[in-house]
Design a protein around this ligand. Structure first.
Ligand code: NDP
Length: 480
């Protein structure tokens, strides 16, 4: 079986403990690789390498760093088939989705920040004839990037790209559940001309490697995407050390469907926003709120289309959905279906594990699931499920829709379906969310601020926000 090594100081090395973790293919439920089971000693080696590399990487200047990052993007693109196959194998997502979204977006992340840094300017504040202030934005030094399993390379590069472009050296930890594409990327760094120690990838478990990155006194900033509970733990450790923190956490995103919407487009898009990547995207809409006058029409059309979704072999282009990422996660999602039933929910479709044939018989598949009959206060409508499960709740007036939409501790994304322009603006302003899509979903411009409110996180990533996060602003005042 392939051995996935750490990448420290430009070298592929095993964990110092010489221990290994199994990595599983969700499509078949079988182990397909061994992963370095690292600990704080490997993190320490990575931090030392990053510290040593920092002055030269910073001195390379924007253009030098940009050129190396653009070469890395090119090398990933040249190996598109390999990356796509690895992402699908490791995560269980359809190959076609990895080809359309994950890997192109990883390439785009690197190119976006490699070029954004060339245009990154800073402010000047003139005090009439008295003085001029300018803001000097300098890289932080060594930063930590911790990413989850749902969009593995996409979110990994979303963090390391702005960090590197801004001149920092990175100690990164991909999720141990889906480490394959970050490993593949590490094998290209030397050829791209990224100097040793600039990007270090330490594989392993969150409570060991992630916790060591969080607690390391020389890592001055942490960018984390993952669950709210893990985010709280990272904040608990990092806050007293006064680290900069960017936390992109969970969601329980509402989809508000008004009777005046473009019905066909709304149904088609809502099927996508519910079940793309088996519902394992932090931006998926999981609570569908429907104006009562079209509830029946919506239920019939939506459930009808959901029943047509094909769940199966991720490598088969005819399938709409692949496998859930792990056995534990499948069991967690199924337990929420049981919870929904015990809370009085009606399963309109799905609700069960799917057992496929042949090689796929031990894979972690689940039918797309739609639940109705539950109020806003029940756990099914309060807690993040992060799988192919959505609920439908009716509303009468716009204010009721907003009350329902805002009735959770989360505030990441929301979707509004209406053709009333005034209403769309009103509702967008009143929603507790960092992102509002009107009559669309997952339309992303990498320049826009990205992040959530309430328990969905702290800080914004994307565009200039990310470059600001990965630099420290120093005001320099010159008396005239
Ligand atoms: P987790 O919080 O379990 O893990 C995220 C990362 O943190 C993993 O690399 C994990 O390692 C690591 N980790 C775990 N424990 C610690 C710790 N004590 N200290 C430091 N790091 C740790 O999230 P998942 O991987 O399960 O990802 C799913 C979650 O991510 C969902 O809640 C989803 O909503 C959220 N998410 C948010 C997004 C956003 O932009 N707001 C986007 C995408 C996902 P390990 O894998 O070894 O446990």
């Amino acid at each position: 079986m392939e051995r996935l090594l750490n990448f420290i100081n430009g070298e592929l090395v095993p964990a110092r403990s010489a221990r290994w973790l199994d990595v599983f293919a969700p499509a078949t439920g079988t182990a397909h690789a061994h992963l370095a089971d690292s600990d704080e000693h490997d993190v320490e080696a990575a931090v030392q390498a990053a510290e040593k590399a920092f002055p030269a990487w910073n001195a390379l200047g924007r253009e030098g760093r940009s050129a190396a990052m653009l070469r890395l993007a090119d090398l990933i693109e040249e190996d598109m088939d390999g990356f796509v196959a690895d992402e699908s194998k490791d995560n269980g997502k359809p190959l076609a989705l990895a080809r359309r979204v994950d890997i192109p977006r990883a390439v785009a992340n690197l190119r976006f920040f490699a070029t954004a840094i060339l245009h990154f300017s800073s402010e000047a504040h003139l005090m009439d004839d008295v003085a001029v202030n300018y803001t000097d934005r300098q890289p932080i030094g060594v930063v930590g990037c911790i990413s989850p399993w749902n969009l593995p390379l996409y979110l990994f590069t979303w963090k390391i790209a702005p960090a590197l472009a801004a001149g920092n050296c990175v100690v990164a930890k991909p999720s141990e559940v889906t480490p394959l594409t970050a490993y593949r990327l590490s094998t290209l760094c030397n050829a791209a001309g990224i100097p040793p120690g600039v990007l270090n990838i330490v594989h392993g478990l969150g409570p060991k490697v992630g916790a060591a990155i969080t607690a390391h006194p020389k890592i001055a900033a942490i960018s984390f995407t993952g669950g709210t509970r893990t985010g709280a733990e990272i904040a608990r450790v990092a806050a007293p050390m006064f680290k900069k923190l960017s936390l992109e956490l969970g969601g329980k995103n509402p989809v508000l469907v008004f009777a005046d919407c473009d019905f066909d487009l709304m149904v088609k898009t809502t099927v996508r926003s519910s079940f793309t990547n088996q519902g394992q995207i932090c931006l998926c809409g999981s609570r569908i709120l429907v104006e009562r006058s079209i509830l029946e029409r919506f239920r019939t059309a939506f459930v009808g289309q959901v029943r047509l979704l094909k769940v199966g072999d991720p490598s088969d282009p005819d399938q709409d959905m692949g496998a859930l990422v792990s056995k534990d996660h499948l069991e967690k999602v199924l337990s929420y279906v049981e919870l929904a039933k015990s809370e009085g929910g009606r399963i309109l479709t799905g609700g069960e594990q799917l057992h496929l044939a042949g090689e796929l018989k031990n894979g972690w598949y689940m039918a797309p699931t739609v639940i109705e009959g539950l109020g806003p206060e029940c756990r099914t409508n309060q807690e993040e499920i992060f799988g192919p499960v959505v609920t439908i709740q009716p509303f009468d007036a716009e204010e009721d829709a907003l009350d329902l939409a805002n009735a959770t501790p989360f505030g990441l994304a929301s979707v509004v379906w209406t053709t009333d322009l005034q209403r769309s603006q009103r509702v967008a302003r009143a929603l507790h969310a960092g992102i509002v899509w009107i009559n669309c979903w997952m339309l992303r411009d990498l320049r826009t601020p990205f992040g959530g409110v309430k328990n969905s996180g702290v800080g914004r990533e994307g565009g200039v926000e990310a470059l600001k996060f990965f630099t420290e602003a120093k005001n320099v005042c010159i008396k005239l």
